[in-house]
Design a binder for this molecule. Structure first.
Ligand code: SF4
Length: 74
């Protein structure tokens, strides 16, 4: 299972990730990321369904200026 996770301690809420991967990431009213669906019970991670999701997640993680996003394989 491959997941995208955000580290809320290092995230600065600038919203770059949501511009890069809007299909995976939304922003709350303060500009911090919500991963997955808006009603997710855990907005700090999302399971990536396919290669397109993995590619988008990796692109967002690479471009996050705080390096607050990680793609993990469990
Ligand atoms: S790009 Fe990085 S620092 Fe900016 S909101 Fe997304 S996770 Fe947080």
């Amino acid at each position: 299972m491959t997941e995208l996770r955000v580290n809320p301690t290092t995230c600065r809420g600038n919203g770059v990730c949501a511009q890069i991967a809007p299909e995976l990431i939304s922003l709350d009213k303060w500009g911090y990321p919500i991963l997955g669906s808006l009603d997710s019970s855990n907005p700090r991670n999302v399971t990536l369904a396919d290669d397109a999701d993995v590619n988008a997640a990796r692109k967002a993680a690479t471009r996050c200026p705080q390096l607050a996003l990680t793609v993990t394989d469990d």
